[in-house]
Design a protein around this ligand. Structure first.
Ligand code: HAM
Length: 462
């Protein structure tokens, strides 16, 4: 019997996992630069955390949670998103200093109908900031999400923004919207005819023709914002204007989770299937800490879906995809036919000195090892044969981009040995190979060859 991945899940395999690791690394570095710290929370929580935060009437909680009882009868759920877990963690740990700024990445679980861009286990990276309602924090969060995607080379992005008001101005609006929906209920799609009273805002987000048409004349929150919410939203927009980030105000953007107030946003890619074209989204949730038992603490954050992001990069960002693969390619492949254990030692020394290095195993023939070297994508082979072993040296041969790399190797070896020939240098010159003392290998690569090689690579990829 052959087992397969569960429905709606994927193995992220090499080489495309290189793009994942590149993106996560890029995101983590951006977060650290802007003073966000990594947070890791359990992938399951008491179900109440999500019921209270996301909303008991919300579809994500009602229909999509992987909810289970553990062997002691406790009611747990795999996290459908991480914001609720982080708020639980904030309330439990009560950080002393605000703002509390954290970032994360990891798997989320929603029992949805699997299709392209929609999975049952999917990955998000995101960040959350607690402790300030300053609109400059909203603008910071939105611009971090935007800049992160733009810096990865995505260009077909659209930023949609809305303000959902607060506890002062939302209840009046929701009452008006419900009254309106009562008057058009027979025209709504089947699902919303039943559910609009439980969650009237969600009807505005429904993509069916029926709901879109029926809600054409619906009242929108923008006309109900109180003065504080209006001023707050205006300041956010002014800052985005100042950053030259273009956006579209969208009164239908209510988001799929119930905890939001004031600023909400989504970043969509026009190259993705329209039903699943949101790469990421987020917003304020100023009442959530209190509703999970903590002190009044405003907060805001966003999450980006990694599967959707990687799919956009694969379609649009050949340079980033190239860089991601390049960052994992071995520079050196070690070929050792001496059975002396030398390769093991050199492998350890080179990798510890920071060089990407690969090797073969099992004392195979020179030919087999060269084949493995070609398959690995390494740039140069470091060869240790019996001759080299007797001279305590290694021969270096270019494997890719031969003409350029041969020249770089020759220049590097002359520089390293101060113009003097070393070992069999004269003899090797005609074949484009060079020989160096094994005791010089780390210095030769790190100080002489790789700086020249990096310049060559970056010029070639421009
Ligand atoms: P969300 O809009 O539910 O927000 O999810 C954010 C992103 O996760 C989506 O834009 C999408 O790229 C990805 N995503 C969601 N569901 C799936 C799925 N089934 N398959 C693949 N990708 C998916 C949140 O989760 C909030 N926690 C965002 C947030 C953070 N708000 C404030 N802070």
């Amino acid at each position: 019997m052959n087992f397969r991945t569960p429905v709606g899940t994927n193995d992220i395999l090499p080489p495309s996992s290189r793009v994942w690791s590149y993106v996560i690394d890029h995101f983590s570095r951006m977060c650290v630069r802007t003073n966000y710290d990594l947070i890791i929370t359990p992938i399951f929580e008491e179900s109440g955390v999500f019921q209270r935060a996301v909303g008991v009437d919300n579809d994500v909680v009602r229909k999509e949670m992987y909810q289970f009882q553990d062997r002691s009868g406790r009611d747990y759920s795999l996290r459908p998103e991480q914001t609720a877990s982080i708020v639980r963690s904030y309330v439990e740990s009560r950080p002393k200093y605000l703002p509390w700024k954290v970032y994360y990445w990891g798997p989320m679980f929603r029992y949805e109908r699997p299709q392209a861009g929609r999975y049952r286990q999917f990955y998000q990276l995101g960040l959350e900031a607690f402790g300030s309602s300053d609109p400059s924090l909203d603008a910071e969060i939105i611009s971090l999400a935007w800049d992160f995607l733009v810096d990865l080379g995505l260009s077909d992005l659209e930023l949609r923004l809305n303000s959902l008001g607060d506890e002062a101005c939302r209840p009046g609006y929701v009452a008006d919207l419900t009254k309106f929906l009562d008057s058009v209920k027979d025209k709504l799609c089947g699902a919303h005819q039943d559910s609009y009273q439980r969650n009237p805002l969600r009807v505005l987000d429904c993509k069916t023709e029926a709901c879109l048409e029926a809600t054409q004349d619906a009242p929108f929150q923008r006309d109900f914002l109180c003065e504080d919410c209006r001023d707050h939203f205006k300041s956010v927009l002014e800052l985005l204007d100042r950053f030259a980030i273009s956006y579209r105000q969208d009164s239908r953007l209510v988001r799929g989770l119930d905890y939001y107030n004031r600023t909400t946003f989504e970043i969509c890619s026009t190259s993705l299937e329209s039903a699943q074209n949101a790469i990421g989204g987020g917003g304020r949730y100023d009442g959530l800490v209190r509703s999970l038992g903590g002190p009044d603490t405003p907060a805001i954050g966003f999450s980006i879906g990694l599967e959707r992001l990687v799919s956009c990069l694969e379609n649009q960002s050949p340079v980033v995809i190239g860089r991601a693969h390049q960052s994992h390619e071995p520079i050196i492949f070690l070929i050792d036919v001496t059975s002396s254990g030398k390769a093991s030692q050199v492998f350890r020394d080179l990798s510890r000195s920071g060089i990407n290095v690969a090797r073969d195993y099992g004392d195979r023939s020179m030919k087999a090892q060269f084949k493995a070297a070609d398959r690995s994508g390494a740039w140069v082979a470091v060869i240790i044969g019996d001759d080299e072993l007797s001279r305590n040296s290694a021969t270096i041969r270019a494997l890719r981009d031969q003409e350029k790399l041969r020249a770089l190797l020759q220049v590097s070896v002359r520089e390293k040995y101060d113009g003097r020939s070393c070992g069999r240098q004269d003899e090797l010159e005609s074949s484009g190979q060079v020989e160096i003392d094994i005791s010089d290998i780390e210095v030769f690569f790190n100080k002489v060859f790789i700086p020249k090689f990096s310049r060559h690579i970056s010029l070639a990829s421009q």
